[in-house]
Design a protein around this ligand. Structure first.
Ligand code: BG6
Length: 481
């Protein structure tokens, strides 16, 4: 079949998981406060849903805990080398995020930290030299801890203006260099991972759902305002929204399973993107809020902003699919959520069910719902790798995974879905956002570091590096030459 459009192939990192550089001028942020805990059934929950006490402990210099995001994988020191690798791979696109607290340590300063500015100047300059296009996430989970303590995270409306000040600086300084913008990473994470997503602390009774949805509302308004500002400034890039996408299946053909799927899918998956893409609150939200006694503070001005500043493209992270049933069934882990086991799928060591066909299905579902260009902004296999004595990493399992998902992405394009780009997550190994481990690696470039921060942090090419390099080269030959 004749190709109608070419997919850009990329790689991604996020500031908190990659950069390190913590002892410099950077302010403490939400990710810096998450300790590493050896893997047990609830370790992920304990490191993802923090309380005020945990923040106090993280601020205490005498704390015995190891805080892996303060090291990331030392991108701050290995930047040139990593970007050389990206160029050697032939990446069309690099997705990264700016650390809010590296530029504005508390999030409220008028002027940015010059050290932070100098670091990002270098990032942009190196990418420009290598002619790698930029996909920039303004906020990938981490927010200055000061804003959490002062305003209760995004629950406080004040965060909108502080975020806008941060965004305005980024726009003025680097705005002309960015092709794709994303105000918030996986915005629906705010619902199922409120500390990471919207900076809420866990109280004695967990989280108040009304806080979660009020905080999300503030992120929607912040997103709309950044788009409004960028358009006013005539920035060349286009703006997206992004959700963690799960491709839901009913466990059986029992009507109740399917009905439950509809409700889960609405609030877990589509809710945020419906608002950011269509510019208004969806009909189903009203009933959901009524049933849960949630009353949101939304002004007329907010509604107008949302309506007038919708996103240009939609993007998804896609790793795994989910199964829904009204009955008891075996569970497995997923991207920030727990799912029912799908008997037809294999899972990664971390329990994430591998479903390349689910990606193709999801790309259709997203396009038919929004009718906007689509980007896969994250995909990859989190796996344990072994570094041999000769500094090789034989990750054939990752190559298999990549092949299968990339094939389905191309099929979706042939089906007619306007898929503009496909971005491999954690292109160089980074700290896992869910479990704070180094053991869970996504990269095609290995970083010699362990869960406790030991290691040389030297980089080595995995077998998947050579596979991805060839794949991109051949793709370009077949689709451009
Ligand atoms: C997404 C996040 O949820 O999944 C990333 O946007 C994260 O930050 C990725 O790293 C993979 O999840 P994990 O928990 O394996 O790092």
């Amino acid at each position: 079949m004749e190709k109608t459009m070419k997919i850009l192939w990329g790689g991604a990192t996020a500031a908190s998981q990659y950069e390190g550089g913590f002892t410099l001028e950077k302010g403490l942020d939400t990710q810096d406060c998450r300790p590493y805990l050896p893997r047990t059934s609830n370790a992920t929950e304990e490191t993802r849903l923090l309380t005020r006490e945990k923040i106090e402990e993280a601020k205490n210099e005498a704390s015995k805990q190891y805080y892996p995001f303060r090291n990331g994988t030392k991108g701050f020191e290995h930047l040139e080398e990593d970007i050389e690798y990206f160029a050697e791979l032939g990446l069309d696109l690099y997705r990264f995020s700016i650390s809010w607290s590296r530029l504005f340590p508390k999030g409220i300063e008028e002027e940015p930290s010059q050290e932070g500015v100098a670091y990002y100047d270098k990032v942009f300059q190196l990418l420009e030299e290598k002619k790698i296009k930029i996909f920039l996430t303004l906020n990938h989970y981490a927010m200055p801890i000061y804003l959490v303590e002062q305003y209760g995270g995004w629950k406080g409306r004040e965060c909108i203006d502080h975020f806008l000040h941060f965004a305005a600086f980024v726009f003025e300084r680097w705005g002309h260099l960015v092709e794709y913008w994303l105000p918030f990473n996986e915005i629906n994470a705010g619902y199922f991972s409120p500390y990471n997503g919207v900076g809420l602390l866990k109280g004695e009774n967990g989280y108040q759902l009304s806080d979660v949805f009020q905080a999300l509302h503030h992120q929607f308004v912040a997103s709309a305002k950044t788009i409004q500002l960028a358009r006013k400034m005539n920035l060349p890039g286009r703006f997206g929204s992004m959700i963690a996408c799960f491709c839901y299946y009913p466990l059986t053909s029992k009507p109740e399973d399917n009905l439950k799927l509809v409700f889960e899918e609405q609030m877990n998956q589509w809710y945020c993107m419906d608002i950011l893409s269509k510019g208004e609150y969806p009909y189903y939200a009203e009933t959901f809020f009524k049933n849960k006694n949630i009353v949101l503070q939304i002004t007329e001005e907010d509604r107008k902003l949302l309506k007038e500043n919708t996103c240009d493209f939609v993007s998804i992270s896609f790793y795994t699919s989910s199964v829904i049933t009204v009955d008891e069934a075996d569970k497995t882990a997923g991207n920030l959520v727990v799912s029912t086991k799908n008997p037809y799928l294999k899972a990664s060591e971390w329990g994430w069910q591998i479903d390349p066909v689910g990606l193709r299905t999801s790309l259709h579902r997203v396009y038919e719902r929004y009718g906007k260009p689509v980007i896969v902004s994250e995909n990859g296999l989190g796996a344990r790798d072994v570094l041999t004595e000769k500094h090789q990493i034989h990750d054939d399992y990752r190559i298999e995974y990549m092949k299968s998902y990339y094939e389905q992405a191309q099929l979706a394009l042939e089906d007619g879905v306007p898929l503009e780009a496909f971005i491999a997550w954690g292109i160089v190994d980074i700290v896992s956002a869910g479990s704070c481990e180094m053991d869970k690696r996504y990269g095609v470039i290995y970083v010699d570091a362990d869960n406790h921060g030991n290691g040389s942090y030297a980089r080595y090419k995995k077998d998947s590096f050579y596979w991805y390099k060839d794949f991109i080269k051949n793709y370009k030959k077949e689709n451009i030459d």
